[in-house]
Design a protein around this ligand. Structure first.
Ligand SMILES: CCCCCCCCCCCCCCCCCCC/C=C/C(=O)SCCNC(=O)CCNC(=O)[C@H](O)C(C)(C)COP(=O)(O)OP(=O)(O)OC[C@H]1O[C@@H](n2cnc3c(N)ncnc32)[C@H](O)[C@@H]1OP(=O)(O)O
Ligand SMILES: Cc1cc2nc3c(=O)[nH]c(=O)nc-3n(C[C@H](O)[C@H](O)[C@H](O)COP(=O)(O)OP(=O)(O)OC[C@H]3O[C@@H](n4cnc5c(N)ncnc54)[C@H](O)[C@@H]3O)c2cc1C
Length: 666
């Protein structure tokens, strides 16, 4: 293997690191064997040269980007399949891949098959009865058919009960008639729907015996399996260029009285019999299960995308020298500016926080799902609330800290060759898709208000809300991590109590329950956000303590510093709340600020080691600024030279427009 020359600043950063980077990687992967397995997979995928782009994607046309993405998606799927361990259960396969970011090496803007894997197959698993699973899963998993999840419409994304697509049962032919009565009823957004999928799970309002039976899932063929032409009665297309996700092939879909057989309604929960009799499921919200699943996955996805962005920004900050700290000294590495450390170290800590939280949530999801399969529904509301609030917080934080990583790279962060703009394009839609964040916070608030009433009635609360029942005030400020976690719980409790009081006050003032809720909703969403913060700091601390106990002291120390930094960062961000709801004094604030600055200083020598520990390969980072060797300027120039405009010294537009214009001839 050719020896790589590493930028000397990066090399000296690596020499300074106080812990063993490989040990950190193994910790993040969940063990040495998992690291080895992940690397083997990456080696294998990256050895396929056809999966690499000859021309940077950004110089392709919209159409070429899609065609190139499909070419790679097919090949990538085959390589992945050849590495698959058939003995793993679906649950193990997903859990074991939580650190896999190899997809990013192939697609800068995500794959057109994402929705097939992430929603179509899970919808069949979650919504299909045994017979339907048997038939459709085999076809979907073998890629004999490609599907997506078609729920959102041009007129409605959030309000599912307001969807306009109808599925009307016709007992005479034992068929459902799918129809889009208006333009706003067109399905709009589903990934892969435009030109990739030939099937989809369509969420539509079921009518049988002239009754609205609510939203139900239907598996619908939309294109011919041979010719790929849209079937009669189906209008399909692409929705156009977007901020990101441009290779995901998001599409639109309209139905003109399109008929499908009765057995195409996914009938795990609710059923329609041959004569049109509707049997409701145990809980109508089980129909929303696919969304809960994806919300859980998003938390992990956010942690991985943030790890990528912060790796790029930290390495760049070690290489980049700018300005002067002291007049007599040379220009320092920008990583030596404490403001730069403040911008970036929180990104490292946040990626760890959500990576831990995602695993914790995934295990909780798996437990509740197996209960649901056994007919026990008691823990569904808590799971829904947790998935909503952790999806919201992880997506908001990832978007903020990815963008901050980009800004921290100055002008070069604006270059597509840094891969930071595209990474932002991948994190920011997560605040919208799978439930718009404000709307999901209102769902969390709804569950908190309910819990509050249960507490007042002396009933036991779900574990993640149990802290609400602790009525004891904090008698003194405890600035330890555990002390701050308790203070965050007091903040969440206090804000909830305040918003419930206002909600009730508005009703007493004569507002209807709905109007009072709307009027109190800014406070309610703030209480929901605080509840989420309390959960994340607590899970981050307890899970790190639990898993890191057997690590070497230097690594343990570095992880404890990240947990403390994360906790202090949010305490300082939420000073107003803490001053209102905890016995925090001005002196305590000064102490916290001093400790925060001390932590930045302690983390500084380990910063490069910490991001190296994420072990994200250059091919996955795809960044001129973030490569392992730190050849930032050389790579920026190499990438610049790939611009098609640099292929010729004089562009034809000079002779056509500029020259006549400058010579007054145009
Ligand atoms: C660590 C392990 C991970 C490993 C990872 C492995 C690697 C794998 C690769 C992963 C890649 C990751 C992902 C990245 C790519 C993602 C691509 C995504 C593309 C996007 C797709 C989409 O966006 S699909 C469309 C999504 N749409 C939405 O989310 C719509 C949002 N709207 C709603 O959900 C609802 O309308 C609503 C909840 C806002 C309101 O519904 P409704 O009006 O019907 O209800 P109410 O408000 O009246 O509430 C009634 C009652 O129901 C309860 N409830 C609501 N929802 C649920 C639910 N889902 N489950 C359970 N209960 C629910 C609600 O709380 C109320 O209860 P009450 O008791 O009455 O209070
Ligand atoms: C990249 C991307 C990929 C997507 N992929 C898919 C897909 O594969 N399949 C699919 O079906 N959908 C998909 N979607 C659609 C996505 O799920 C919706 O955009 C999302 O659910 C939000 O709905 P909306 O766009 O209708 O927003 P709206 O609900 O119209 O939201 C607009 C504003 O109104 C506010 N608002 C709405 N309702 C309330 C309320 N009750 N209280 C307070 N405020 C409210 C929101 O907070 C927001 O500020 C995708 C979207 C994106 C961006």
């Amino acid at each position: 293997m050719a020896k790589i020359t590493v930028n000397k600043d990066l090399a000296s950063e690596r020499a300074k690191c106080e812990f063993n980077v490989e040990e950190l990687t193994n910790y993040l992967d969940g063990g040495r064997e998992n690291t080895a397995r992940r690397r083997r997979m990456e080696d294998k995928v990256l050895s396929v040269k056809e999966l690499r782009d000859e021309i940077p994607e950004e110089y392709l046309s919209h159409k070429e980007k899609y065609e190139n993405a499909i070419r790679k998606a097919v090949l990538f799927y085959k390589v992945q399949k050849s590495l698959d361990d058939p003995n793993q259960s679906d649950h193990e396969r997903i859990r074991n891949s939580y650190r896999s970011t190899i997809t990013s090496a192939i697609f800068k803007d995500n794959s057109p098959l994402t929705l097939h894997i992430v929603m179509f197959i899970p919808a069949i698993i979650g919504q299909g009865n045994d017979e339907q699973r048997e038939y459709w899963l085999k076809r979907a998993k073998n890629m004999e058919i490609i599907g997506t999840y078609a729920q959102t419409e041009l007129g409605h994304g959030t309000f599912l009960r307001g969807l306009e697509t109808t599925a009307t049962y016709d007992p005479a032919t034992e068929e459902f008639v799918l129809h889009s009565p208006t333009l706003t009823a067109y399905k709009w957004w589903p990934g892969g729907l435009a030109h990739t999928a030939n099937y989809c799970v369509v969420m539509a309002i079921l009518y049988t015996k002239s009754k609205n039976c609510g939203i139900q899932p239907f598996i619908v063929q939309i294109r011919d399996e041979e010719t790929h032409m849209p079937l009669p009665g189906i209008k399909l297309g692409e929705i156009g260029a977007k901020l990101g996700y441009n290779t995901v092939n998001n599409g639109f879909l309209g139905f003109d009285n399109h008929r499908i057989p009765r057995d195409r309604m996914l009938m795990r929960n609710a059923q329609v019999s041959k004569d049109g009799t509707f049997t409701a499921g145990a809980n109508s919200k089980l129909t929303y299960g696919t969304m809960v699943y994806v919300r859980v996955l998003i938390v992990n996805n956010m942690a991985n995308l943030l790890a990528k962005a912060v790796t790029i920004a930290i390495r760049y900050s070690a290489v980049r020298r700018q300005s002067k700290l002291k007049p007599e000294d040379p220009e320092p590495q920008i990583l030596d500016y404490v403001t730069q450390q403040h911008k970036l170290f929180i990104g490292i800590a946040t990626s760890h926080a959500y990576s831990r939280t995602a695993l914790w949530l995934w295990d909780h999801y798996a437990k509740v799902t197996s209960e649901l399969n056994a007919g026990k529904l008691d823990n569904l509301p808590e799971l829904h609330s947790l998935a909503c609030c952790l999806k919201v917080l992880s997506s908001v934080d990832a978007a903020v800290f990815v963008e901050r990583s980009r800004l921290a790279c100055g002008g070069h962060g604006y270059m597509l060759s840094s891969n930071l703009p595209q990474t932002y394009g991948l994190v920011t839609p997560a605040s919208t898709f799978e439930g718009e964040n404000t709307v999901l916070l209102l769902q969390v608030a709804r569950s908190l208000v309910k819990a509050w009433q249960q507490m007042l009635n002396g009933r036991q609360l779900a574990p993640s809300m149990a802290y609400l029942a602790d009525q004891k005030q904090l008698d003194r400020w405890d600035g330890s991590v555990n002390g701050i976690i308790r203070a965050f719980q007091k903040v969440a409790r206090g804000k909830l109590a305040f918003s419930v009081a206002n909600f009730e006050k508005y009703q007493k003032m004569g507002l209807s329950r709905e109007d009072a809720w709307n009027k109190a909703s800014v406070q309610l969403t703030a209480a929901a956000e605080s509840h989420g913060r309390a959960i994340v700091v607590q899970v981050f601390k307890t899970e790190t303590d639990r898993i890191a106990s057997s690590l070497s002291p230097p690594l343990r120390k570095a992880l404890d510093q990240l947990v403390e930094l994360f906790t202090l960062y949010w305490a300082l961000e939420r000073l107003g709340d803490l001053l209102l709801y905890s016995p925090l004094s001005e002196v305590d604030v000064r102490d916290m600020q001093a400790r925060y600055e001390e932590l930045l200083e302690k983390i500084r020598p380990n910063a490069v080691g910490l991001v190296d520990g994420f072990d994200i390969r250059d091919e996955i980072l795809n960044s001129a600024l973030g490569a392992y060797d730190g050849r930032v300027y050389e790579r920026l120039m190499e990438e610049a030279l790939k611009s098609p405009l640099n292929a010729e010294p004089v562009n034809s537009s000079f002779h056509k427009y500029l020259k006549p214009f400058m010579q007054g001839k145009l």
